[in-house]
Design a protein around this ligand. Sequence first.
Ligand SMILES: Cc1cc2nc3c(=O)[nH]c(=O)nc-3n(C[C@H](O)[C@H](O)[C@H](O)COP(=O)(O)OP(=O)(O)OC[C@H]3O[C@@H](n4cnc5c(N)ncnc54)[C@H](O)[C@@H]3O)c2cc1C
Ligand SMILES: NC(=O)c1ccc[n+]([C@@H]2O[C@H](COP(=O)([O-])OP(=O)(O)OC[C@H]3O[C@@H](n4cnc5c(N)ncnc54)[C@H](OP(=O)(O)O)[C@@H]3O)[C@@H](O)[C@H]2O)c1
Length: 247
Amino acid sequence: MSAWNVGKVVEHKQWNKTLHSLYIESDIEPFEAGQFVKIALEINGELVGRPYSLVNPPDSQPLEFFYIEIPNGPLTSHLVNLKPSDNIQVATRAHGFLTLDEVPAAKYLWLMATGTGVGPFLSILMTDKPWLRYERVILVYAVRTLSELSYQERIMQILTNHSGQFSYIPFVSRETSDFALTGRIPQAISDGRLEAQAGIKINADNSQVMLCGNPQMLKDTSNTLIERGLKKHRRFEPGQITVENYW
Ligand SMILES: Cc1cc2nc3c(=O)[nH]c(=O)nc-3n(C[C@H](O)[C@H](O)[C@H](O)COP(=O)(O)OP(=O)(O)OC[C@H]3O[C@@H](n4cnc5c(N)ncnc54)[C@H](O)[C@@H]3O)c2cc1C
Ligand SMILES: NC(=O)c1ccc[n+]([C@@H]2O[C@H](COP(=O)([O-])OP(=O)(O)OC[C@H]3O[C@@H](n4cnc5c(N)ncnc54)[C@H](OP(=O)(O)O)[C@@H]3O)[C@@H](O)[C@H]2O)c1
């Protein structure tokens, strides 16, 4: 396969003022849940490409991407104009290490995301692997406002399919609600609110933690977990924290 294929937009869903899901039919080499692929548009005669996590599970079409419009963003300010039957370039090969093949076995798997960083975890949760490998899987999904909590129906479906094994803990940082925890993930680990909500403790012996989204959240959460005795996971130096920075 060549490096790029011409994909066709089949759907473009808008969740709120800034959040969108883009569905593209395009051939792609086999990928692992949690990986990302580059998509690109020709803008003023130049190919502008960015990496996006695949939200759909492997072996499925269309490819699904969850993105936020960045004001004046070189690519996203153009992505928002795409409509069904438009063409878009899609790289043929996915990359990335935010996959369960890279994460050791443990009793508990914690998936912690801010904003669009929930995308790769949704792909992972649609596969068999987490349910075969971990006794409990906890999705922690943090956004600024309630209206930014996307994919709630899909998450509820996962809860139904895996009741007893799956917990969903949403965070909303800039509004209060009786549905979500308030504030930020690292603070809620430090003050015990996250573990109280999950009903289990995080420690180096029982947990693997995957983090995705805002780089500052990744840093602050990693530091909080390191204070608890967890360490960064590396292929040749196993630990408990696996991260993917979005910017
Ligand atoms: C491995 C990887 C996977 C990624 N997957 C996704 C994804 O699934 N969905 C997605 O929306 N973005 C994702 N991104 C970010 C994406 O590649 C683009 O950077 C983003 O869509 C903005 O593109 P842009 O050209 O409009 O602006 P850029 O010039 O690329 O970014 C401008 C600024 O926007 C902010 N920003 C970028 N991405 C985000 C974001 N996701 N949420 C909040 N603020 C952001 C940062 O402050 C950044 O400096 C991923 C990045 C990486 C490295
Ligand atoms: N979301 C919007 O309404 C909006 C509007 C216009 C433009 N944008 C653009 O989108 C980008 C922001 O997108 P976003 O809202 O998805 O992402 P975000 O700023 O990363 O916020 C998502 C969640 O992460 C939390 N967070 C931020 N820093 C953290 C840290 N160090 N530790 C723990 N949690 C942390 C936020 O909490 P806090 O709320 O406490 O920061 C929020 O709950 C901006 O770059 C901006 O250009 C967004």
